[in-house]
Write a protein that binds this ligand. Structure first.
Ligand SMILES: NC(=O)C1=CN([C@@H]2O[C@H](COP(=O)(O)OP(=O)(O)OC[C@H]3O[C@@H](n4cnc5c(N)ncnc54)[C@H](O)[C@@H]3O)[C@@H](O)[C@H]2O)[C@H](O)CC1
Ligand SMILES: [K+]
Length: 503
């Protein structure tokens, strides 16, 4: 799914109206009724009993609010409307005012006189924000944010611009839920804005497909719809050689579990064979913990030193639980230099830390190697950033300069490729912020690489599957108790779900 900017949204809006032969009010009515239905469906058990206040601005976001108010009132809900006093309103806003009684107008210094509980639907500003709100808006925004019930924003939390980062002092609505039209917006996906965006849902309002196709963007939101084409089904004539042989390289005394989990996840994700290359102390752990894996031993007892790994593996997942001992760093560096140019690599954890502390090693990474840093590891690689947008720019530059793929882990993990494209993931949950999750991801992506997916597809698909398995696992154990092993147990559901297989 594309992520468009405000100018592009306006164009798609206009072209939809032209091509469908409808007027702008009809499109607004359609969009608004889709929000109204979503609100009633999502909160049907409580919304009937509680007051709903809708705060509207002078533009078309306000117009949506007025339409939603009318639609909810027609269905018998208890709705109060507050509309900003203004010299001029948009035409559709005015049309909707004329269709509504009991509008209470307010000025910026007024008390909004909001109910003490229930729902507040925020329709002050949508994608039409041209700059951050000035201080004269503080009173209104504060009253909205102090509301004790649920705050629902239509299209955007008011005050947040489509492709900007807000900070704590800004005048921005803090929504518990955002219903956004047709496309996710970049600002909704940035971790720094999470305080304004409890959760968001994209509502399809049927904008013109051809017009959308014409819009260029380097930002995309990854959903099942764009992945089921990618995921290949397995031929009846395949054998284990068809799906490649993954080497998971890592482990040190006390950190063998990381290799165990990466190895398991790799095989569970469909590669034909998996070998763990580990220090001697991990032999029993691996052989007993995961009998399906093969094991190759380093000559050292407690850490990796030799890296005597033959070069005919189809893909390598390197770094999990590996440590950064001096001898490990030396062996790792020599191994990197010995790799064939077309080797397929995933680098995680200590492999990333070693590289950020020994930058000269970057040049030995085969093109399109996949790096999977969490925020701290990313900082060590690309340096400090000012905000999330700056982080993306620095990540794009790093990816391009080194011809590598970056998987920036976090909520809505972002995959950045050398061409400067960014793919935001849509699956996963906060329960996944625990140890071992990264090891599982390394296993999944290495496995997809071994099966012949190109590096970008393997990263995008792998991150999606990882989050999806986490979501299936959450349904069983909840967020609090979710651990990486649960996620491995649900990889099957994630793959089957994408392949539309039934159990
Ligand atoms: N295709 C769709 O997605 C549809 C969206 N709809 C809704 O329309 C809004 C966008 O409407 P627009 O009138 O362009 O903008 P806003 O309502 O967000 O408000 C613009 C209003 O605000 C003024 N303004 C801008 N910046 C500031 C500022 N810093 N301080 C004060 N005032 C500011 C500006 O001058 C305008 O007057 C979209 O989000 C959807 O909700 C349609 O309903 C259907 C199709
Ligand atoms: K809004």
């Amino acid at each position: 799914m594309k992520i468009l900017n405000a100018d592009q949204l306006k164009i798609v809006d206009q072209e939809t109206i032209q091509n469908e032969g409808i007027n702008s009010w009809e499109l607004m009515e359609r969009a608004s009724s889709i929000v109204t239905t979503a609100i009633i469906d999502d909160y049907f058990d409580i919304i009937k009993e509680l007051p709903i206040a809708i705060v509207c601005g002078k533009g078309n976001n306000g117009g949506d609010g007025l339409a939603i108010a009318r639609q909810l009132m027609d269905s018998g809900y208890d709705v109060e409307v507050r509309l900003l006093k203004a010299d001029r309103y948009t035409a559709d806003n005015q049309l909707n005012q004329a269709k509504l009684e009991n509008i209470q107008y307010f000025d910026l210094e007024d008390d909004l006189d909001l109910p003490l509980e229930g729902f507040l639907i925020d329709c002050l500003f949508g994608y039409g924000m041209s700059s951050a709100l000035s201080d004269e808006w503080r009173g209104v925004i504060e009253q909205i944010n102090d509301f004790q019930g649920r705050i629902i924003s239509v299209d955007m939390p008011s005050g947040l611009m489509l492709d900007a980062v807000g900070n704590f002092e800004d005048n921005i609505v803090r929504a518990s839920k955002v219903y956004t039209f047709q496309f996710p917006k970049l600002a909704l996906l940035l971790p720094e804005n999470s305080i304004f965006v409890g959760e968001f849902e994209v509502l399809d309002i049927g904008l013109d497909e051809n017009s959308i196709l014409k819009q260029g963007t380097s930002y995309r939101y990854v959903e099942a719809g764009m992945l089921d084409i990618l995921l290949r089904s397995r031929s009846r004539y395949s054998h284990k050689g068809t799906f490649g042989h993954v080497a998971i390289i890592g482990g040190s005394l006390g950190k063998m579990g990381a290799v165990l989990m990466a190895t398991k996840s790799a095989l569970k994700s469909g590669c034909g064979l998996v070998t763990a290359y580990i220090p001697k102390c991990g032999y029993n752990v691996l052989q007993i913990g995961f009998p399906e894996a093969m094991v190759l031993l380093d000559s050292s007892e407690e850490k990796l030193v030799d890296f005597q790994i033959q070069d005919d593996f189809t893909a390598y997942g390197v770094g999990v639980g590996m440590g950064k001992d001096e001898e490990t760093v030396r062996g790792f560096g020599i191994w990197l230099q010995s790799l064939a140019e077309d080797s397929k690599l995933v680098l995680d954890a200590d492999a990333l830390n070693i590289i950020s502390e020994n930058e000269h090693l970057l040049k030995y990474l085969p093109n399109n190697s996949i790096l999977t840093p969490h925020p701290k590891e990313l900082k060590r690689l690309i340096g400090e950033w000012e905000n999330d947008l700056d982080k993306l720019e620095k990540a794009k530059a790093f990816s391009n300069e080194n011809q590598l793929i970056l998987v920036i882990k976090g909520a809505n993990s972002a995959i950045v490729n050398p061409a400067g494209e960014v793919y935001f993931n849509s699956t996963g949950n906060p329960g996944m912020a625990t140890g071992g999750m990264g090891d599982v991801l390394t296993g999944i992506i290495s496995s997809l690489l071994a099966q012949g997916y190109n590096a970008l597809d393997a990263a995008v698909l792998g991150v999606y599957i990882h989050g999806s398995a986490g979501d299936f696992a959450k349904d069983w154990v909840g967020e609090t108790s979710l651990i990486a092993s649960d996620l491995i147990d649900h990889l099957a559901s994630a793959f089957m779900n994408l392949l539309n297989e039934s159990e």
